[in-house]
Design a protein around this ligand. Structure first.
Ligand code: NAI
Ligand code: MG
Length: 790
């Protein structure tokens, strides 16, 4: 039989290799050795390490290990460039971003080949996905550069951004970091991951070619300690990180108290839910993309298959058959599906986790074919016979390994999907659009794909819930994390709180003239403090004006539990939340005289104006409740992405020591308007205006558990709240030390924090605080992708 006839018979793929030569020539043109790209020029190579090709273990080039001095030089260059770069018109910056996009497109094949050589990903992916998305990102952000001032009035860039990226999408992650930073007017110091520095270095050359002013983009290569030097540098204004949750937490702790902006895009264990009415063949192809795209080294990989029990056997059988036809091999072969993992250490990590799974009783399936030896190749793997507590179900494996479980009902699917510390993405397959759209909002993840998977676009925000991080990349939300209000830089330190007479008090004294001790307010009921103790509240002259309960850990725990039970507040209609806030305003207005007198007792100031301001603030956020909402994006494929604004969850608030009523209401109102149940700690100096609110809350139809109030020593209570894993976000008004403590203690579950850092935020300022300042911090955006048409 001749060869062609044979091929027709078997339909076997022949080899279709892409040439490595252009990339190797480029490396050779640099003598195979690189310094850093700082201030528009290459530094002399320092101590170097090898960047390897994981498909064959061969060294591609030597790159320099960035020292703290290198980082410092890069930061100085970025600082020097910031002034003129940020002063350029939006149009000027747009032209640079556009030029970069054009040049990336022009050299896309070289980028794709170099990326596949250095990272091991199939050329099909780098050529058709990574690099086109990079160009798209710069094109898209050219537009944001030009329209920044129109779309973000009053916002200014941070300054110098330190950006640390991982190795799974080397150039794409660079684009996700650099494009919005430059569009907003920042300058950057970026560190690529140690396994994959080369396309970032090629990109530096593109910046030169585009004529980008020197110092605007600086690339420093190196390991984790180079990253650490960036995080620790005092003259960096914002850190943006993508990588492991572990390092993300370390960065959160390291930046605590520094005032640096921070966005984190971390790990995931994303569910891939297949309902019995799904188009099974499509769902199988989607799954191939979800878990075997980029060898499964994808933060949003659909690594947890949740399959409805009624179709489980049929689906798994089909899946195994499909797995057997996947082709593992040379990343530069255009007809392979799975390339090499990034490095031997990752192969070991994945193998260890699979072994652990087997040891815990899981069943491990691998198709019966050979894979190339001598490189970082692994077979596609399916793990079954697991329960939710298995290591392979809870841990991010970050390799070509799928873990499958079944469910019976949609409710069970949601419970399993959310049973993870992560919340990056989710996929839902069902031909029933009602079912899919019912499930999407119930899943705690930043991206939900319906009947599709791994869709990305520059116009659509991407980022996580929970321990998958905070902040978004892409779209308007992504631009938002590279800017801050111009007025923030003018804030002065708050005046130190007036010392309260620290006379020792006999606990038996005082109580007689006070008719009652205010209790806590937990789950809609007044509750006695667990400690059984109360605290005196003094007026401005040191006179005793009341007593409140002295709350402790236990009271906070009860309050958080009550708030978690009230998370349904986020599902109440925006109109309904708005009505409740208007009603609160009305009922507070009704008791104006009483609240004004209480303010006077505690502060000595006339209270009417503060009560009026609090009523106005409630009105303002009642008005926002049904207006601060999302968008529908139109990415360049037949899909819409609905950007839904969702509450963050349980929000803890420690109110400022000034303005006993407005200080709490100004924070409570935006939190409630957006659907977050709250645990509020009023000022410990003047808590009575808040404890007086109980009756107002009760008469205003605020559902029980939506507002919980714990009085006591705010520093002590703040720590408990910051450490509590049931708290999803925290706003803290207080001094610098307390703010640092809150940010540090928040790392456990990576709760989102906002702290006043001892600065004088004047909450009475309606221009600053009746708008989206706190609304943005009370919400997170979920993008739900829905394909349409055929
Ligand atoms: P990693 O988080 O250590 O590396 C990411 C980047 O952070 C690299 O540029 C690295 O040099 C830098 N880095 C490391 N330690 C640092 C520190 N203390 N301060 C500042 N920068 C630091 O991830 P690694 O070790 O390469 O991979 C381990 C696991 O992390 C993977 O198996 C995967 O589970 C997860 N991972 C998740 C990623 C994601 O996109 N979600 C990306 C990369 C890794
Ligand atoms: Mg490499």
């Amino acid at each position: 039989m001749n060869k062609i006839a044979q091929i027709f018979e078997t339909l076997e793929y022949g080899p279709a290799p892409e040439s490595a030569q252009p990339a190797l020539d480029w490396l050779k043109a640099h003598d195979g050795i690189f310094g850093h790209f700082i201030n528009g020029a290459w530094t002399k190579p320092g101590k170097t390490f090898s960047s390897d090709n994981p498909a064959n273990g061969q060294s591609l080039a030597q790159v320099s290990e960035g020292t703290a001095e290198d980082v410092d030089k890069a930061v100085k260059a970025a600082r020097a460039a910031f002034k003129s770069w940020s002063a350029l018109s939006g149009y000027e910056r747009a032209k640079y971003l556009y030029a970069i996009a054009r040049l990336v497109q022009k050299h896309s094949r070289l980028f794709a080949v170099l990326e596949s050589l250095d990272n091991g990903k199939p050329i099909r992916e780098s050529r058709d996905i990574d690099i086109p998305l990079v160009a798209r990102h710069f094109y898209h952000h050219a537009g944001w550069a030009q329209h920044r001032d129109r779309e973000f009035p009053g916002q200014v860039p941070y300054g110098v951004c330190g950006q640390i990226i991982p190795w799974n999408f080397p150039l794409l992650m660079l684009a996700w970091k650099i494009a919005p930073a430059l569009a907003a007017g920042n300058t950057v110091v970026l560190k690529p991951a140690e396994f994959t520095s080369l396309t970032a270095l090629l990109f530096a050359e593109i910046c030169e070619k585009a004529g980008l002013p020197k110092g605007v983009v600086n690339i420093v290569t190196g390991f984790g300690d180079t990253g650490q030097a960036i995080v620790a540098h005092p003259d960096i204004d914002k850190i943006a990180f993508t990588g492991s949750t572990e390092v993300g937490k370390a960065i959160r702790a390291a930046t605590a108290g520094t005032g640096k902006g921070l966005s984190l895009e971390l790990g995931g264990k994303s569910p891939y839910i297949v309902f019995e009415d799904a188009d099974i063949d499509s769902a199988i192809e989607g799954l191939v993309d979800a878990i075997w795209f980029n060898q499964g080294q994808v933060c949003c990989a659909g690594s947890r298959l949740l399959i409805q029990e009624s179709i489980e056997d049929r689906f798994i059988a089909k899946l195994k058959k499909r797995m057997a036809s996947l082709r593992v091999g040379d990343p530069l072969d255009k007809a392979i599906d799975i390339g090499a993992l990034v490095a031997p250490v990752q192969v070991e990590r994945v193998r260890d986790l699979v072994k652990k799974g087997a040891a815990e009783g899981a069943q491990v399936y691998e198709p019966d074919f050979d894979i190339p030896g001598g490189g970082c190749f692994l077979k596609p793997t399916l793990i079954t016979n697991v329960s939710p507590s298995h290591t392979v179900v809870t841990e991010e494996i970050f390799g070509p390994v799928l873990v499958a479980m079944s469910f019976r009902t949609p409710e069970e699917a949601v419970a399993l999907a959310n049973n993870t510390r992560y919340g990056l993405a989710a996929t839902i397959w069902s031909e029933n659009i009602n079912l899919a759209l019912d499930i999407a909002p119930k899943i705690k993840a930043g991206v939900v794909w319906i009947n599709g998977t791994n869709n990305f676009d520059a116009a659509v925000g991407f980022g996580g819930y929970k321990e998958s991080g905070f902040g978004r990349e892409g779209g308007k939300e992504g631009m938002g994390v590279y800017m801050k209000p111009a007025w923030e830089k003018d804030l002065k330190p708050a005046a130190a709180a007036k010392a309260v007479p620290a006379k020792p008090v006999n606990p038996l004294d005082g109580g007689d003239s006070i008719d009652q001790t205010a209790k806590m307010y937990i789950g809609g009921k007044q509750a006695r403090p667990d400690s059984g103790y109360s605290r005196p509240v003094h007026g401005p002259g040191g006179n005793l004006v009341g007593e409140v309960g002295d709350g402790n850990r236990k009271d906070i725990r009860n309050a958080v539990e009550a708030a978690r039970a009230a998370l349904g507040w986020g599902n109440a209609s925006a109109h309904n939340r708005s009505q409740v806030l208007y009603f609160l305003a009305e009922n507070l207005q009704y008791r104006r005289a009483e609240f004004a007198a209480r303010i006077r007792e505690q502060t000595g100031e006339k209270g009417e104006a503060e009560v009026d301001a609090a009523v106005e603030r409630l009105f303002a956020f009642a008005g926002w409740a049904d207006k601060y909402d999302g968008a529908v994006h139109n990415p360049p494929l037949r899909a819409i992405a609905a950007a839904m604004v969702e509450p963050i969850g349980v929000l803890a608030i420690v109110a400022p020591p000034t303005r006993p009523l407005l200080g709490s209401v100004a924070l409570l109102a935006p939190a409630l308007a957006m659907g977050n149940p709250v645990v509020l700690v009023p000022s410990d100096k003047a808590p009575l205006s808040v404890t007086d609110l109980y009756q107002v809350l009760e008469t205003s139809d605020v559902p029980s558990g939506v507002v919980n109030i714990v009085t006591g020593d705010s520093a002590v209570l703040a720590r408990t709240l910051a450490e509590h894993d049931g708290v999803d976000a925290m706003w803290y008004f207080g001094d610098a030390a307390g703010s640092t403590m809150v940010e540090k203690a928040s790392t456990g579950n990576l709760k989102q924090t906002w702290t006043s850092r001892g600065l004088n935020y004047d909450l009475a300022d309606t221009g600053r605080f009746e708008g989206d300042y706190f609304l943005r911090r009370a919400t997170q955006v979920k993008n739900v992708w829905v394909p349409y048409g055929a």
